[in-house]
Ligand binder design. Structure first.
Ligand code: ADP
Ligand code: ADP
Length: 226
């Protein structure tokens, strides 16, 4: 069964007097273990699609189904619980909390979810090691390189063992060589954990390493052809 499904999604924004339609009858299915690239020009609606998939905003019409659960009619609390348990986010900019260390940044979502601090610390340290940034755990974000900051952000995104990872240009702020290394780490983690990932990227080389590439055309999610 799919872990994430979008059906008949409509999303428009007000623009001057009228409406700008971004998504129109858009559908998308992500299966466990699948790694899918979302490649489309700026302004096509990639971030909008990821926000809808991650239950951060609501569609005007249509349904987002996470782990078999249709989320449209749920209470805000129920939706928040699904987002916290099932979905991890990585953005182009790390959004780590500047006053905490790398390890603490990875511990925080686990502690919010009620995990014992000692367990959270162990898991954070293991994840940082796995992402090859374990030696930087006691440093604050400002002391880390761009690649290291993104590795920590990836560790934080998966700290609560979500089943879906949504990433919006996760290597978009890095030079090509660093982007490749950070993607290596992300890919290894996804493959090892059986996570399903939807990753928006402009990097065609990285997109080609994923299982499928999709794009946005006329407000719909379609297979990338080239
Ligand atoms: P992408 O991530 O592909 O660059 P976005 O999803 O960010 O595209 O944006 C798609 C379009 O929707 C853009 O034209 C953008 O200006 C518009 N848009 C996005 N969010 C909003 C919003 N909250 N209000 C109004 N317009 C928005
Ligand atoms: P930076 O932003 O400092 O380049 P990276 O996240 O790329 O940070 O990691 C630091 C360094 O570790 C890299 O410059 C690279 O030389 C090395 N490195 C990281 N990941 C790998 C890898 N998968 N294979 C080989 N070397 C790697």
């Amino acid at each position: 069964a799919p872990i994430l499904e979008l059906k008949g999604i409509e999303r428009s924004y007000s623009e001057g007097e009228g409406r700008l339609t971004i998504l129109k009858d858009a559908g998308f299915t992500l299966r466990p273990g699948e790694m899918v690239a979302l490649v489309a020009p700026s302004g096509a609606g990639k971030s909008t699609l990821l926000h809808l998939a991650g239950l951060l905003e609501a569609p005007d019409a249509g349904e987002v189904i996470v782990a078999g659960q249709a989320c449209g009619r749920l209470s805000d609390d129920a939706r928040t619980a699904i987002r916290r348990n099932e979905i991890g986010f990585v953005y182009q900019f790390h959004h780590l909390l500047p006053e905490f260390t790398a390890e603490e940044n990875v511990m925080i979502p686990q502690m919010v979810a009620g995990m014992d601090p000692a367990e959270a610390k162990t898991r954070a340290s293991q994840l940082l090691d796995y992402l090859r940034v374990g030696h930087r755990g006691s440093h604050r974000p400002a002391e880390l390189s761009g690649g290291e900051q993104q590795r920590v952000a990836i560790a934080r995104a998966v700290a609560n063992a979500p089943r879906v990872l949504l990433a919006d240009e996760p290597t978009g702020n890095l030079d090509p060589k660093t982007a490749g290394y950070v993607f290596d780490a992300l890919e290894a983690l996804v493959r090892q954990s059986g996570l399903a990932a939807l990753i928006a990227t402009h990097n065609h080389e990285l997109a080609a390493r994923m299982d499928r590439v999709v794009t946005l055309e006329g407000g719909k999610v379609t297979a990338w052809k080239r």
